[in-house]
Write a protein that binds this ligand. Structure first.
Ligand code: 13P
Length: 250
């Protein structure tokens, strides 16, 4: 079985000082993480620092957002070519905070997904339902709908070079974690959905769980059949807790 991915989304939490301390801790502890590919997602201004510090490690680098356009008059945006110059190999697309706070819809998410793949970078497509949607029994239809929007635009075969992250919106930053069984149910549904359109890609697709993952919840989550790692927010800001989640990967 291929390695798990344990990814740390720092969101908008960083300073030169905290980044230096975090990267130092990750460098020192990364070798103890045997069964997971670690990936960090710093804010853009810290990409160069991250690339330099992690140069002789096996920790990969990602970005939290990207512009789908190549270059030109897009004030405030960052292109894939720029990210690539800093060693970026993963891009988060469709994070629920981008969907909710910056009105990114399925169409824009699909464009970013395709542009990322066109640069030989792996998109991590984030999907997840709100609490209201869960309470209305819409979880599976919302999540598979978000996946289907990308399948419609990019085709099922595109998932050969993609990762999916299931992040229930109600579990992000709230301390509420989906139970291992709740998460497994959705992960299985995502894989089954892809299986219908792209059977060859479905089995190998990595599906990460995100939402208040901690070192203590990771082990049981990662033991689920369709959970292939984690997308970690708060607990990725300290080297110790992030590395401990990495070590929970089996
Ligand atoms: P938390 O781990 O802080 O809940 O964040 C999850 C997340 O949104 C990662 O992308």
């Amino acid at each position: 079985m291929a390695k798990m991915i344990v990814a740390g989304n720092w969101k908008m939490n960083a300073s030169k000082e905290t980044v230096a301390a975090l990267l130092k801790g990750l460098k020192q502890g990364a070798l103890a993480v045997k069964n997971a590919q670690l990936v960090v997602f710093p804010p853009f201004p810290y990409l160069a620092q991250t690339q330099i510090e992690l140069a002789d490690t096996r920790i990969a680098i990602g970005v939290q957002n990207i512009c789908a356009a190549d270059n030109g008059a897009y004030t405030g945006e960052v292109s894939l070519a720029m990210a690539k110059e800093f060693g970026v190999s993963y891009v988060l697309v469709g994070h629920s905070e981008r969907r909710a706070l910056y009105a990114e819809g399925d169409a824009q998410v699909a464009l970013k997904f395709m542009a990322t793949q066109a640069m030989q970078i792996t998109p991590i497509l984030c999907v997840g339902e709100t609490l209201e949607q869960r309470e209305q029994g819409l979880t599976i239809s919302v999540v598979t709908g978000q996946i289907q929007a990308v399948i419609d635009a990019a085709g099922g075969a595109s998932f050969a070079n993609a990762v999916v992250a299931y992040e229930p919106v109600w579990a992000i930053g709230t301390g509420l974690t989906a139970s291992p069984a709740q998460a497994q149910e959705v992960h299985q549904a995502i894989r089954a959905h892809l299986e219908r359109v792209a059977p060859e890609q479905a089995a190998g697709l990595k599906i990460l769980y995100g939402g208040s993952v901690t070192a203590s919840s990771a082990q049981e989550l990662f033991a689920q059949a369709d959970i292939d790692g984690g997308l970690v927010g708060g607990a990725s800001l300290q080297a110790d807790s992030f590395l401990a989640i990495g070590q929970a990967a089996k």
